[in-house]
Design a protein around this ligand. Sequence first.
Ligand SMILES: NC(=O)c1ccc[n+]([C@@H]2O[C@H](COP(=O)([O-])OP(=O)(O)OC[C@H]3O[C@@H](n4cnc5c(N)ncnc54)[C@H](OP(=O)(O)O)[C@@H]3O)[C@@H](O)[C@H]2O)c1
Length: 230
Amino acid sequence: MSDTIAVLGGTGALGRALALRLARSGHPVVLGSRDAGRAQASAAELRETLAAAGTPDARVEGAANEEAAASGEVVLLATPWDESGASIAALAPVLAGRLVVSCINPLGFDAQGPHGLAVAEGSAAEQVAALLPGSTVTAAFHHLSAPSVADLDRDLSGEDVLVCGDDAGALARVVELAAAVTGRPGVEVGALRQARVLEPFTAVVIAVNKRYKTRAGVLMTHVDPTRARA
Ligand SMILES: NC(=O)c1ccc[n+]([C@@H]2O[C@H](COP(=O)([O-])OP(=O)(O)OC[C@H]3O[C@@H](n4cnc5c(N)ncnc54)[C@H](OP(=O)(O)O)[C@@H]3O)[C@@H](O)[C@H]2O)c1
């Protein structure tokens, strides 16, 4: 039985896109929103898209964030970075005991282009871990482009999802989750603090996209997943 995935910020560009691919691969998905009606409307749209794509049995529901979080064995955070972390902190009790995956990129944009923002805890993922002491926190999916993920005809198997975290079992689960999204297992890149590198690197990807009018992905060459040390 596939894990149920809750996607907080599930009405947004990345959340909807990840939900589509995870549901297509057989995971029940619950979109979370600050407004339950908005989440239900998004879920209905995604069910239509999935039915049109030949997967009418795919399961996507919508709920208020708290209810969504309570129903997910794995909870993706696909919300904008917020220095206060208030909306995440409010969910600490319900997220306790769950595997949380932060997709959050704290980015700014100015005349010189995109850039990483300073985060007091080091990274958004570490901030999330501090706000959710009862959860197991990992970080992944920073460098995927939401429109590419939402395009179900697009082959993403040439892109790597870089995954970091401090719990080996959690990392292994997120590596598999990445495969459900892209068709290619995620690549473990080390401890949660590596998010200090992964998150602002997204500014590089966005700058490349703008310069070359593309949707670039990240690829680590010469990595054989079967050779990962136990
Ligand atoms: N877009 C991409 O291609 C992409 C790729 C990789 C990573 N990311 C990261 O993923 C996250 C989401 O990106 P996105 O482009 O999908 O963002 P988005 O569309 O701006 O926002 C996602 C959702 O977050 C909810 N939200 C907004 N402000 C919130 C707040 N203060 N507290 C709680 N929920 C709030 C909204 O849902 P409700 O109003 O329904 O609650 C919104 O639909 C960001 O951290 C981004 O850096 C994005």
